[in-house]
Design a protein around this ligand. Sequence first.
Ligand code: SF4
Length: 458
Amino acid sequence: MLEQLEAILSRYETAAPRYTSYPTAPVWGDAYGPDEYRRDLGAVELGAPLSLYAHVPFCRSLCHFCACNRVITRDGALPTRYLDVIEREVAAVRAAIPEPGPVSQLHWGGGTPTHLDPGQLRRLFAAMTDPFTVADDAEISIEVDPRVTTNEQLQALRECGFNRISMGVQDFEPQVQEAIHRTQSAEHTAELVAGARRLGFQSVSLDLIYGLPFQREDTFERTLKTVLDIGPDRVALYGYAHVTWVAKQQRGFERKDLPDAATRLGVFTLAIRRFLEAGYVHVGMDHFARPEDELVRALHERTLRRNFMGYTTQAGVELLGFGPSAISELSGSFAQSHRELDAWEDAVSTTGLATMRGHVLSEDDRVRRWVISRIMCLGELRAAEFEEVHGGVFAERFAPELARLETAEADGLVVRTADGSLAVTELGRILIRNVASVFDAYLGEQRKLERPLFSKTV
Ligand code: SF4
């Protein structure tokens, strides 16, 4: 399969969204602000289950590959100010929802959530959960940077109820780590994983990045071996996006030090091969999990979904985001908060809500979101199901899109059946963004822009 990928890849090397939302964020506009978000919060179905997200923007030092929204600081006063503001933001959102249902999912990302000390972690957890009711079986997860995470913090997180943890690794090779300004030993990472397991975290995930400076197949082979020896429950394998107009510090990378297209692909396919050989299941796009993991169960039971936190087992929840740049996803709209810490703080002080932009889904958006979600999460689209949910015949409504998939069909990425259903093959799962993006009504115009809005699909 991977040899086949190498043969056809040049036809699919393009930039496309990761589809953690549809329509994607560049489509959203500033006509949607706090008033619209408050209105939509007021319309949340009574008792609807909730997913809560907090963006903790602080990091101690800058990793040179990073394009996240983060604040590099060692100022101890900033986290306290952040906590003061987020408490007010959560209270304002809670007040706008008539009758919130149980919290079935809670996630902290960043930045570095473990920039906060144990007392601050407890305070943030209380700020987010005291106004709501947390379900007994809630999925409570956090992203941590092993370099700044201690056993005391893990202990505090477990006492709060966190049961899943993901740790950034990227690459263990010293030359790569030096280039990306992120030195992190395999020993410390392994100890932290063991500590998390001893404390009772049910799921440990490690994040890797391919395409970084100085990466080669032989060096990444060592990183993969170390990762597999540590034995996480899940692995995320992201492609490095060279977007110097977004992340200026990437300009420090010499073009000649970045792997060329063949090496980048070699590193990527090597990683996939090793994960599959080790028994991991390719859940979708860049995620691999052990066969007994609930993501794999959800994949088989056709309940896997995708939101801003990536693949999830939580379908049909209203997602509420807190903190600078956080995104909320309600059943019919998206809302994003101001990215800058000061602007976020000012907006919360003024109106309680910090919405900077958003989008209300049209009928066409809703149908395409459903189609794209089926492809990204389940690797298939059943014609009968489409008809049942949306009415109409899938093959007729999307005839132009299906015509554009003919090359992909000839290349063995998708199979169309007599009843008009679409199934993505194992090979197609690797290029799933290429398949899903055919159904994106906005991408054609976005691709005409001078600078790509999205990362490369491989
Ligand atoms: S990669 Fe993570 S730790 Fe590094 S600067 Fe970005 S958000 Fe911070």
